[in-house]
Design a binder for this molecule. Structure first.
Ligand code: NAP
Length: 289
């Protein structure tokens, strides 16, 4: 049993924190919108009023927050966690924020606090079922220390020194997020050419797109899917990936930039909180609402 502070109870964080409670850990949770702590308290966690209070006596602190700005606010904003972390405690940063933000966090945290980056592959169903794949960056000793807590979430892979998990996660998302845009544009072209959408999807299923289509299932047809991965978060990831490529991105990353622009248009259309798959509907001329 480990004393764990868990900060960030969004679509991913809530089921992950619940798994820690169910695994028998002593869990204190915090979320910016306090209502989201209630189901976790009902499940056996304690709620803290501030990030500072959530980390004070914790051996492990897990963060699962939206983006680099959220991580910055939670550690260094009002009642922030950073100054209250116990010496020797381990911060496990699981949000998708990219390597630069992880290294900035390392520079700003007290030296006696340990840090690993541990972003995840998988979405809400995998978070709920404990089947996430966790990409770890850090020293071997710190990665090993994170193991008992992370076991509740899925399987782990140590991919390199601090920041490498975060960097690899962005690389993986450049491809998976772009595929939503690619399918949307392909189906929009098929619509323009007057093709039967079912025939187009059947045809795509016999190409290299088959595994992706199998994974997203009926999200191509269903316009009212629950949000597993927010479109605004997907846009954030392509922005982070492009920023990481900046300066060394020769030749230019046209596909990545094109995907980012399509998602930016969807965000402007008010779809940031909807599932990333709804970009397909937008590209086909329907907002999915
Ligand atoms: P989410 O549902 O949008 O939740 C975001 C969390 O961040 C919420 O707890 C939110 O608090 C908090 N937050 C946002 N801005 C904040 C701020 N300025 N200060 C304090 N807290 C703030 O996101 P999610 O889907 O759980 O994803 C979490 C992270 O995992 C993201 O980095 C995402 O890219 C990554 N990820 C997501 C998926 C997925 O399928 N969803 C898969 C892999 C990785 P409130 O509740 O108060 O808004």
């Amino acid at each position: 049993m480990t004393r764990i502070g868990f900060l960030g109870l969004g679509n991913m964080g809530a089921p992950m924190a619940r798994r820690l409670v169910e695994a028998g850990h002593d869990v204190v949770v915090w979320n910016r919108s306090t209502a989201r702590t209630r189901p976790l308290v009902a499940a056996g966690a304690r709620a803290a009023a501030t990030p500072a209070a959530a980390v004070a006596d914790r051996e492990v602190v897990v963060t699962m927050l939206a983006d680099p700005a959220a991580v910055e606010a939670v550690f260094f904003g009002a009642d922030g966690a950073a100054a209250h972390l116990a010496p020797g405690s381990l911060v496990v940063e699981m949000s998708t924020i990219g390597r630069d933000a992880v290294l900035r966090l390392r520079d700003s945290l007290p030296a006696e606090v340990r840090l690993v980056d541990a972003p995840v592959v998988g979405s809400v169903p995998q978070a709920t079922g404990g089947q996430l794949r966790i990409l770890l960056g850090g020293t071997p000793a710190d990665v090993e220390a994170a193991g008992p807590a992370l076991a509740a979430f899925g399987n782990t892979r140590h991919v390199g020194p601090l920041g490498c998990g975060a960097a690899l996660k962005l690389v993986l998302n450049t491809s998976t997020i772009s595929l939503f845009v690619l399918v949307g544009e392909a189906l929009a072209l098929a619509d323009q050419l007057g093709l039967d959408p079912a025939e187009t999807i059947e045809g795509l299923g016999a190409t290299g797109m088959a595994p992706f289509l199998a994974r997203i299932g009926d999200r191509i047809d269903d316009r009212d899917v629950p949000t597993y991965f927010g479109l605004g978060l997907a846009h954030k990831d392509l922005e982070l990936a492009l920023a990481a490529a900046d300066g060394s991105g020769r030749p230019p990353r046209h596909l990545l930039a094109g995907g980012r622009d399509q998602l930016a248009a969807a965000v402007r259309a008010g779809m940031a909180g909807r599932d990333v798959s709804t970009v397909i509907h937008l590209l086909r001329g329907e907002t999915g609402r």
